[in-house]
Ligand binder design. Sequence first.
Ligand code: HEC
Length: 259
Amino acid sequence: MYKKKLIYIKFFLFFIFFTNISLSSETNLLKQEWSFKGLTGKFDRSSLQRGYQVYNEVCASCHSMNLLSYRNLGEEGGPEFSVEQVKAIAANFEVTDGPNNDGEMFTRPGRPSDKFVSPYPNVQAAMAANGGAYPPDMSVLVKARKGGADYIYSVLMGYEEAPQGFELEEGVYYNKYMDGNKIKMANPLSDDLITYADGTSSTVSQMSKDVTTFLTWAAEPHLESRHKMGLKVIIYLIIFTVLIYLSMKRLWSRIDSKK
Ligand code: HEC
């Protein structure tokens, strides 16, 4: 009996120890108070809308988002642009369609059902235009990187002068949070780079925060409904536990009275 307990305790300690190790390797990232973290976390709607603006005006010239369609921008739990806004956003893009009856491809204005237009026709073209480095597709980048939102935010905030004696090749930049402190993306952000539609002041940290929020939603579009569901399940389980406890007490009370 004791042996069994000891095994449980060992297992528990082992588990705690190792989860701590995996957490501690992320502690040097810049930590933010994300509104979407935690059991009841929700996206900040205006931050999502600003984040789309940053992606569209800055990042989209190099990074694709192949898994998103313009209509997603109007869906519940996302930036929730109105139907008219989504139509207008999509119409700003030129989409290649076809072939028509003559067998030719043609371009037309985008529709909400179209996928986000990619900046490059293929991976090779993207690499050729970026000194051999591929700007990763951003649809699920937040989920694909250890540290998630904090990591993306940190990379965007992590550009610094390289320390004395640090060798940087042509087209490589110093970044505090990249592996080996090297990145082949020039700092994409600078204060007042864009003019936010809602008048928010566009500092580097504000834009980094907004675009990271937007990218987190893109990688996890159902986060809000998942959180809502989780909360309901927990409340249900609590009520269920109380009911079981009460009925158990009743059952055992009868047996006790026979004593
Ligand atoms: C001029 C083209 C260009 C623009 C504009 C650009 N990027 Fe990049 N980005 C790149 C390239 C190229 C890489 C790959 C760098 C590498 O592998 O060293 C990259 C890598 C990244 C990474 C690191 C991903 C990883 O592998 O861990 C992040 C995060 C990122 N970009 C975010 C952004 C965001 C957010 C924006 C908009 C604010 C943006 N980028 C704008 C070209 C660009």
